[in-house]
Design a protein around this ligand. Structure first.
Ligand code: 8YV
Length: 328
């Protein structure tokens, strides 16, 4: 006799193909609209579902996990980062957590390059002039930016995304430097022609562009704090496509306003959905609404990863992308 189909609650609208396949395989509850679930809705979901499929917009903290029903056995996150889930508490309660690594790598790295070019080639200013209709025509000295080729790029966090950024930046002629918790194996370092810095302080002080590509964990909170940001060259540019919490956003915005940093390209924010209002009107800042991994292909692949994780679990095995508290 076939065993009971797992009950799966998905907290946001997902691409249609993903929702269809989930519905074929499991007893799925999908959203009618795409607004994030309220806390009360999340509690209800966690009291009824065997598997919860949340996204970054759901804060799955200890308080919420404490209200989960005994039937909840897997949180299969739709996304690579899992800093919004209290994985340690989930583990204590016997709830597995999985994520979708790998599928956001190339798209996020593309966006890092887009932001780097956006800032160094002054695209924000160019766009504004065209949108306002105030362009006065070509001039030999108008909108002069800087060339990426020859600049030193310091990558903070040399995991999958950091390495994908390094490959792209090398093709633009940049010199690749990095800091990572663990130094890369020599053959990978060689293939990326990347120079390792043990000291973040020393690295950031010498870079023309710094790209944040590490996850948000208790140990990376404000990794770029006011003191470290001040070590950067006034001509340097900061790119953050990781998590807002890694950078002290107030300190960054003060420095950008005071021209103590040349510019920033930001896809993620420490303070709220709209981003820091102080940053919004600065011409040397390119701000995007967390679009780094937002491609049709990437979202489908994320969904496929979620399906594999849930199906493998339903078949009695550990999900291939299970995450553990020790990974933080
Ligand atoms: C996703 C991300 O869009 O995967 C991640 O960790 O930051 C994003 O690019 C988001 O998390 C989906 O939940």
């Amino acid at each position: 006799m076939p065993s009971k189909r797992l009950s799966v609650v998905v907290t946001r609208r997902l691409p249609e193909a993903v929702e269809t396949r989930l519905s074929e395989l499991f007893n799925v509850t999908l959203r009618d609209d795409d607004r994030p679930m309220s806390r009360a809705e999340l509690v209800e979901a966690m009291q009824t579902a065997d598997v919860l499929v949340p996204t970054i917009t759901d804060q799955i903290d200890g308080g919420l996990l404490g209200q989960a029903g005994d039937q909840l056995k897997l949180i299969a996150n739709f996304g690579a980062g899992f800093d919004h889930i209290d994985v340690a508490t989930a583990r204590q309660r016997g709830i597995l957590v999985s994520n979708t690594p790998g599928v956001v790598t190339e798209d996020t790295a593309d966006m890092v390059m887009a932001l780097m070019l956006g800032v160094t080639r002054r695209m924000q200013e160019g766009l504004s002039v065209m949108q306002e209709g105030s362009w006065e025509g070509w001039s030999p000295t108008a909108f002069l930016g800087g060339r990426l080729g020859g600049r030193r790029l310091g990558i903070l966090g040399m995991g999958r995304i950091g390495q994908a950024v390094a490959r792209r930046a090398a093709a633009f002629g940049m010199q690749i430097h990095y800091h990572n918790r663990r130094r890369l194996r020599p053959e990978i370092e060689d293939s990326l022609q990347a120079t390792y810095w043990d000291s973040i302080d020393q690295m950031v002080a010498r870079m023309d562009v710094v790209s944040v590509n590490c996850p948000s964990t208790p140990s990376t909170y404000h990794l770029l704090n006011a003191r470290r940001l001040k070590l950067m060259k006034p001509t340097a540019v900061l790119i953050n496509t990781s998590r807002g919490e890694v950078v002290d956003e107030n300190a960054l915005s003060r420095m950008l306003k005071a021209s103590e940093l040349a510019g920033a390209g930001l896809d993620v924010y420490e303070h709220g959905l709209q981003g820091n209002p102080d940053l919004r009107n600065l011409p040397n800042v390119v701000m995007l609404p967390h679009m780094g991994s937002a491609t049709e292909e990437g979202r489908i692949e994320m969904g496929e990863k979620v399906i594999i994780n849930v199906k493998t679990f339903a078949d009695g095995h550990r999900p291939p992308d299970q995450v553990l508290p020790a990974m933080l």
